[in-house]
Design a protein around this ligand. Structure first.
Ligand code: ADP
Length: 168
């Protein structure tokens, strides 16, 4: 059975992530989404919240599983006996960073490969950071994230908006 790990922060999951998840699920028999919990980026959403949102938005894809992990991604892959990791590539800026990580991972874990999927053009500009920034100012982000994530963002920033319009 072919299996792959799609690791990331998913803070929060966007339509860009979801696109990669759908496409990976069509390639592999099983895809495990690994939600990193020991994140140096101090995430907006707790690990539980990020996992919960991912579980909800992937409910209709039977061969996708969501798990939290901490520590090294390659170690988590090994624990699950997974030998392929998927990463999404948006632009040249992603490339340098991702190449460095993939190459160093090859050095410490020769049994694990990184597979890159290029983003669908419609999501090439999209990042969790941009979505959070818009939400912080009260902008509607339903064109960037699944509906329930847009609602979670609205709840998160409710009463803490930094300006702009607040639509309930
Ligand atoms: P990390 O903190 O590990 O970079 P992210 O949650 O930001 O985690 O991203 C997880 C993966 O999804 C990364 O490989 C990233 O390049 C990819 N990704 C993020 N946004 C998009 C997008 N809009 N289209 C395609 N891939 C994306």
């Amino acid at each position: 059975m072919s299996r792959a790990l799609y690791p990331g922060s998913f803070d929060p999951v966007t339509l860009g992530h979801l696109d990669i998840i759908h496409r990976s699920a069509a390639i592999f028999d099983e895809v495990v989404i690994g939600v990193l919990s020991n994140n140096a980026k101090s995430p907006l959403f707790s690990t539980e919240e990020r996992v919960k949102m991912l579980v909800e938005v992937t409910r209709d894809i039977p061969n996708v599983y969501v798990e939290r992990f901490s520590g090294l991604t390659v170690e988590f892959a090994r624990q699950r006996d997974i030998h392929v990791m998927i990463r999404g590539l948006r632009a040249v800026t992603d490339f340098e960073y991702e190449l460095q990580i993939a190459q160093s991972n090859r050095k410490v874990a020769e049994d694990i490969d990184t597979l890159f999927l290029t983003t669908s053009l419609e999501y090439a500009y999209l990042s969790s950071s941009i979505v959070k920034e818009y939400s912080r100012y009260g902008m509607d982000v339903t064109t960037f994230v699944p509906q329930l994530v847009a609602e979670a963002l609205r709840d998160k920033f409710d009463g803490k908006l930094l300006g702009g319009n607040k639509n309930g």
